[in-house]
Design a protein around this ligand. Structure first.
Ligand code: GDP
Ligand code: MG
Length: 413
């Protein structure tokens, strides 16, 4: 009898919680994605806890919206972690600033120093590079080679073995000259060696940098947290650059570094070339982390489209054009990315989508992020359901993907 009651309860439960089960599976999926993206499991656990609390609350509407709302909730949780609420130090042109680069051997410090110098040179700064890495054979040659290529003045030595002296001399040398951004490259071997971290501390004390940038290899994985803690004890990190972000790396370790150092990510390195450095974009970074459509990356891969956008014609606007054409054709009119459904109903839907886009702001049409609150307002303004607006935005991502593959094909031919 006891067994029977347990079994029947289980059956009752399993009927009742099918939706719960689906949600659980979905959460498990998201967790897997986050862990695969190298987000620290403590952070993943925290996110999981918050999401489970949200599920239990009555705020969720029923139906498929739930997933989108949860997705948005996860999205904004991660944004919150990465957004430290204060901008990083921005070098001024009027007064010379000293920026010191730190990070483990091989993370891309030296390369990123030149990229950072090149980036600022193009924006009108007068940068210079100081090599304070006296440890690695060829460290100075590497910096010199890059600096010459980028036409950036540099300072270093083949004979001086004291990195503190070298850094101090380099900085003093450029302070006398017409330079307003002095970039100091340092060393730390691949292990978080205590004596080398102490040396880093001494360099920092000696040159008193305005900003210390922590360079993080995006492939570092779960070790990011320990690394950040170790560096934090020896230097006052003020900003983070994540390197090697081309390809499949998601850079989830950045969450740990940002959390530990309370410093924002400012740039992303995406290749070995000098100009493979772009300003950090929070939403595109998080989208990529969650395996969502990477709008920013898409724009960079599609120079043709980018040109259109700079002429004030965003993809949303291109989609709008397609939509108007589809409506002109009547039932059967198609836009890429939306289901091929020739019914009258789908025409009504397209009309709704047009109404949504009509009530979007110019900024939003130009690719600004649509928050859930904004989507809700748009829906209410048009007398429609929120789910329909979300559907349109999803369709829009799909549209972008199709456009991308079309452009990709065109480029290949
Ligand atoms: P350091 O030891 O920290 O100074 O690292 P380096 O600047 O010497 O870089 C180590 C290796 O990583 C070099 O082969 C660089 O070309 C490469 N590297 C640096 N940044 C990037 C990047 O964003 N993408 C890729 N693919 N390679 C990079
Ligand atoms: Mg180096």
């Amino acid at each position: 009898e006891k067994l029977w009651s347990i079994l029947s309860n289980k059956v009752k439960e399993s009927n009742k919680i099918t939706e719960e089960k689906v949600l659980e599976d979905w959460i498990a999926g998201i967790i897997r994605v986050l862990l695969q993206s190298d987000v620290d499991f403590k952070i993943v656990r925290e996110i999981e806890r918050k999401i489970k609390t949200l599920i239990k609350s009555d705020d969720l509407e029923s139906g498929r919206n739930k997933f989108i709302i949860l997705h948005q909730a996860i999205f904004s949780e991660i944004c919150k972690i990465l957004d430290v609420g204060r901008p990083s130090f921005i070098p001024k042109k009027r007064k010379p600033s000293v920026v010191m680069f730190v990070g483990l051997q091989g993370c891309g410090k030296t390369t990123t120093c030149t990229k950072y110098a090149y980036y600022h040179a193009r924006k009108g700064w007068k940068p210079a590079l100081v090599c304070a890495d006296t440890f690695r054979a060829g460290a100075f040659d590497q910096l010199k080679h890059d600096a010459l290529k980028a036409r950036i003045p540099f300072y270093g030595s083949y004979t001086e073995s004291d990195p503190v002296k070298l850094a101090v001399q380099g900085v003093a040398n450029f302070k006398k000259k017409n330079v307003n951004l002095i970039i100091v490259d340092t060393r730390v071997c691949h292990k978080q060696d205590a004596s080398l971290l102490e040396e880093l501390h001494q360099v920092s004390e000696a040159i008193q940098p305005d900003l210390v940038i922590f360079v993080m290899d995006s492939r570092i994985g779960q070790a990011a947290s320990n690394q950040a803690q170790a560096f934090k004890r020896s230097v006052e990190v003020g900003a983070v650059i994540v390197t090697k972000m081309e390809g499949h790396a998601k850079g989830g370790g950045a969450l740990s570094i940002v959390k530990a150092t309370k410093s924002p990510v400012i740039f992303i390195g995406f290749g070995e070339q000098m100009d493979a450095l772009k300003e950090f974009d929070l939403k595109s970074f998080v989208s990529r982390l969650l395996g969502m459509f990477d709008w920013y990356g898409f724009m960079h891969r599609q120079p043709e489209l980018l040109e259109k956008v700079s002429e004030g014609e965003s993809t949303f606007r291109i989609m709008y054009e397609h939509l108007q054409n589809a409506l002109k054709i009547g039932p059967g009119g198609q836009i890429p990315g939306f289901s091929k459904d020739h019914s009258k109903e789908s025409e009504t839907k397209l009309k709704h989508y047009k109404a949504f886009m009509d009530s979007m702001t110019n900024g939003e049409l130009d690719g600004e992020f649509l928050s859930l609150a904004r989507m809700n307002r748009i829906a209410m303004g048009c007398g429609c359901q929120l789910s329909e607006v979300i559907e349109m935005v999803e369709g829009y991502y799909q549209f972008c993907k199709e456009m991308m593959s079309m452009f990709g094909d065109a480029a290949r031919h």
